[in-house]
Ligand binder design. Structure first.
Ligand SMILES: Cc1cc2nc3c(=O)[nH]c(=O)nc-3n(C[C@H](O)[C@H](O)[C@H](O)COP(=O)(O)OP(=O)(O)OC[C@H]3O[C@@H](n4cnc5c(N)ncnc54)[C@H](O)[C@@H]3O)c2cc1C
Length: 334
């Protein structure tokens, strides 16, 4: 979880610092980047840390808060049918029928609500796969990002204390799940050699849908992955899901128009996601990525800018402008 997402939760009064800490397994201010097997650079930030959260615990706390605030939670009975209208009608697997004035589809990358409410679902396919393995002896603390192991994506090692999350993710037309899985195997082999057991792999789609927040006639809203709010460069989506959830809640309670919701989101999560589509070209395009990697290796500017981005101090546009102003482009070889 980025510092931007953590501070948003705190500022909104949804989670107190100690509750956030309770769901946090590790905090990191150090990030090392690699191109294939070559170490490019390690950066230590003085800013707020990136948190590695226990997703079950974190999501559980949010659910508890919702129930404390008056929500009724229905478990183990997924929605199987969505009929927009006045009222909207939902049906669940057990045959339960729910009538609602407003529906908010926060149902993730393969959103049924999105598919059943007449919205565009053409997408740039994304896919992430990860596992948790015992921390190998001698693994340096800090986040590791591995570029050049899959096209249009990267691998990661996120130490969580006793274990480390190793994963690979990518978004794009060339993304192939078998190739992503093979890249994960190679990354595990290199970073954590001699594992006693084969790790359990967990995979999920990363949406590349167009951003769609507008309420369709029939008062059906979307947020998070369902609304296409996943960063196209990093795959990050927790913070955008939380932010868009807040925005949609305000839109419903305060009766915002679709245009107002679109504008407000454009100043935050939706704007960042839109810009990330352009920023990813600079990092991943075959004609540009070697220059970008040289730039990464050359000095701390990119990392400092990236930390500003994930802290919410700048957006991608600000990051790139600052970066271009401060350096020659294209860069010379180191
Ligand atoms: C391998 C991988 C690693 C990632 N790592 C990061 C990371 O480090 N940081 C980060 O910020 N993001 C990361 N992401 C992205 C992040 O997980 C998502 O962007 C984020 O979870 C989106 O939140 P959401 O609430 O929109 O959807 P989800 O978290 O997917 O939640 C959707 C919920 O809806 C429920 N649901 C779905 N369909 C139905 C139905 N029909 N009826 C009832 N309930 C339903 C699901 O059970 C689920 O609980 C990663 C993604 C992947 C695949």
């Amino acid at each position: 979880m980025t510092p931007r997402a953590a501070s948003m939760l705190e500022r909104a009064g949804l989670l107190a610092r100690h509750e956030l800490d309770g769901a946090t397994l590790a905090m990191h201010r150090t990030m090392s980047c690699f191109w294939q097997s070559n170490h490019l650079r390690t950066y230590d930030s003085l800013g707020e840390p990136v948190r590695i959260v226990d997703r079950l615990r974190f999501d559980g706390i949010l659910l508890e808060k919702a129930v404390e605030s008056g929500a009724s939670a229905v478990r183990d009975d997924p929605v199987t049918r969505v009929c927009p209208g006045s009222p909207c009608v939902l049906e669940t697997r057990s045959g339960r029928r729910i009538e609602a004035r407003v529906v908010v589809g926060a149902d993730g990358a393969d959103s049924l609500v999105r598919r059943r409410s007449g919205r565009a679902c053409n997408r740039l396919f994304g896919f992430g796969i990860e596992c948790f393995v015992e921390t190998p002896p001698g693994l340096p603390d800090g986040l590791q990002i591995h570029f050049g192991i899959v096209p249009w994506g990267y691998g990661w090692l996120f130490p969580r204390g006793r274990d480390v999350c190793v994963g690979v993710g990518a978004i794009g037309r060339r993304v192939s799940p078998p190739a992503t899985r093979a890249a994960l195997g190679r990354l595990i082999g290199k970073a954590c050699p001699g594992l006693a057991e084969r790790p359990v792999l967990r995979a999920a789609p990363i949406p590349g849908y167009g951003i769609d927040l507008s309420p369709v006639p029939g008062r059906v809203f979307l947020c998070g992955d369902a609304a296409g709010l996943t960063d196209r460069l990093t795959g990050e989506g927790i913070g955008h899901a939380v932010e868009s959830g807040f925005l949609v809640a305000r839109a419903v309670l305060e009766g915002w128009s679709g245009d107002r919701l679109f504008r407000e989101a454009g100043r935050g999560c939706a704007g960042i996601v839109r810009q990330s589509s352009a920023a990813r070209l600079l990092l991943y395009h075959p004609l540009l990525r070697r220059a970008a990697m040289r730039k990464l290796a050359a000095n701390d500017k990119f990392f400092a800018g990236y930390w500003d981005l994930i802290s919410g101090a700048v957006d991608y546009r600000g990051l790139l402008l600052g970066f271009l102003r401060s350096s020659r482009w294209p860069p010379a070889s180191p």
